[in-house]
Design a protein around this ligand. Structure first.
Ligand SMILES: Nc1nc2c(ncn2[C@@H]2O[C@H](COP(=O)(O)OP(=O)(O)OP(=O)(O)O)[C@@H](O)[C@H]2O)c(=O)[nH]1
Ligand SMILES: [Mg+2]
Ligand SMILES: [Zn+2]
Length: 308
C-alpha cells in the first residue's frame, strides 16, 4: 500500500493511505536516502510503501520510501554535521515571524529564505502578533515589506488574536502542501486553531512565548484542510543552520544578487573585496538592500568550508 507520513516522532509514525485510512507505523530495516546523513530517515510529507503488520492493532511497517520532490532540513541539535529533515514534498513554506514577543531577527529570516531557495520551496513571510506592534514596529514592518516584496517574497501582517490578516493567509493554503515554520511562540499552532478549529492543537499559554511554554509543539504533524490541501505544524526553530551550501554558491540563493552575478568581473566573485563587483555596486545604488547584504556577509562568515 502507498501512504503518506502525517506525523513523525523519530521512533514511530502515523501514516495515511490514499483511501484515507490512518495507521501507526514503524520502520523496518535501514534507509539511506538522497545521499544525505540525516538523523531521521523519514519525515512528515514523505510518500512511503507500507505493509500490514497487525490488522487488529491497525499497525503497518514502512519498507520503502519514494523519491522526494524537495525537503527542508535543519541542523541536528545534537550534531552539527547532521541534518534533521523537517518535512518533505512541500508546495510552499510560510515563515512565521514576529516583531515583538518574541522578535525574529532579519538574519534568521534570510537564512530561512536561503534554505527555501536552495531546496526550491517558495516562501511567504507572515508577521504575526501585529496587535502588539507600536509605531516603531509598524515602521519596521513597512521597511521589511518593501525590501522583501521587491525581491519576490510576499509578506503579510497578521494578528491571530484580533483576527486580522488571517483570511489572507488562509487563502494561500488551498490545494497546497504548506509548511509552517518559525521560532517557538510566534503563533503557528494558534493560527491553525483559529482557521481550523476542528483540529484543536495545543498552544502555549499566555506567558509562553519565551519558548518554555507548556504546550509547545514537539513533533511535526500534517493536517488535511477541509477545502483541499495540507498544512504542517512544526516545533519552533531556535536557529536555522544551513547545510550543504558552499560560500561560492551562497549569493545564488539571494534572488536580487543572482540577477547581478553575471556582471561581476570575476566569475568566482564572492562580492566582498573583489574589484568591479556588480553586487557591491548594487548595494551602493540601492538595488540591493544593505541589510540583506549584511546578512549575506554574516551567513558567508558562518559557512565552514568542507575540506574535500
Ligand atoms: N498578542 C498575540 N499573541 C498571540 C498571537 N498569536 C498567538 N499568540 C500567543 O502566542 C503564544 C504562542 O503561540 P503558539 O501558537 O503556541 O506558538 P507556536 O509558534 O505554535 O510555538 P511552538 O509550538 O513552541 O513552536 C500563545 O500564548 C498565543 O496565545 C497574536 O496574534 N497576538
Ligand atoms: Mg506550536
Ligand atoms: Zn561580485
Amino acid at each position: 500500500m502507498k501512504a503518506t507520513v502525517y506525523k513523525s516522532t523519530g521512533s514511530w509514525y502515523i501514516v495515511k493511505t490514499a483511501e484515507g485510512n490512518t495507521f501507526n507505523a514503524r520502520i523496518k530495516g535501514k534507509f539511506k536516502i538522497d545521499n544525505i546523513t540525516s538523523t531521521n530517515p523519514i519525515a512528515v510529507g514523505d510518500n512511503v510503501k507500507v505493509e500490514m503488520e497487525n490488522e487488529g492493532e491497525g499497525s503497518v511497517v514502512i519498507n520503502e520510501i519514494y523519491d522526494r520532490k524537495n525537503y527542508i532540513t535543519r541542523q541536528s541539535p545534537h550534531n552539527k554535521n547532521q541534518h534533521h529533515i523537517i518535512a518533505a514534498n512541500l508546495d510552499q513554506s510560510l515563515l512565521f515571524a514576529t516583531l515583538k514577543n518574541p522578535k525574529t531577527s532579519q538574519g534568521f529570516i534570510d537564512r530561512f529564505l536561503v534554505a527555501s531557495e536552495a531546496y526550491h520551496v517558495p516562501a511567504v513571510i507572515v508577521f504575526n502578533k501585529s496587535d502588539l506592534y507600536g509605531k516603531k514596529e509598524m515602521a519596521k514592518f513597512e521597511e521589511l515589506k518593501s525590501i522583501y516584496v521587491s525581491i519576490g517574497y510576499p509578506i503579510q501582517a497578521m494578528s491571530v488574536s484580533e483576527n486580522t490578516g488571517v483570511k489572507e493567509v488562509k487563502d494561500l493554503l488551498k490545494d497546497k502542501v504548506t509548511l509552517l515554520s518559525g521560532h517557538s511562540g510566534v503563533g503557528k499552532s494558534s493560527f491553525i486553531n483559529i482557521v481550523f478549529p476542528e483540529l484543536i492543537l495545543k498552544t502555549q499559554d499566555v506567558s509562553g512565548w519565551s519558548g518554555k511554554g507548556l504546550h509547545t509543539t514537539t513533533f511535526a504533524e500534517m493536517f488535511d484542510l477541509p477545502f483541499g490541501g495540507k498544512i504542517i505544524d512544526t516545533p519552533g526553530l531556535r536557529e536555522f543552520a544551513l547545510m550543504d551550501i558552499s560560500k561560492q554558491e551562497l549569493s545564488h540563493f539571494y534572488p536580487e544578487m543572482r540577477a547581478l552575478i553575471s556582471e561581476c568581473q570575476f566569475n568566482n566573485c564572492m562580492h566582498l573585496n573583489e574589484p568591479d563587483c556588480a553586487v557591491k555596486s548594487g548595494v551602493n545604488d540601492g538595488s540591493v538592500s544593505i541589510d540583506r547584504y549584511v546578512s549575506y556577509c554574516n551567513i558567508l562568515d558562518s559557512i565552514e568550508e568542507k575540506s574535500w
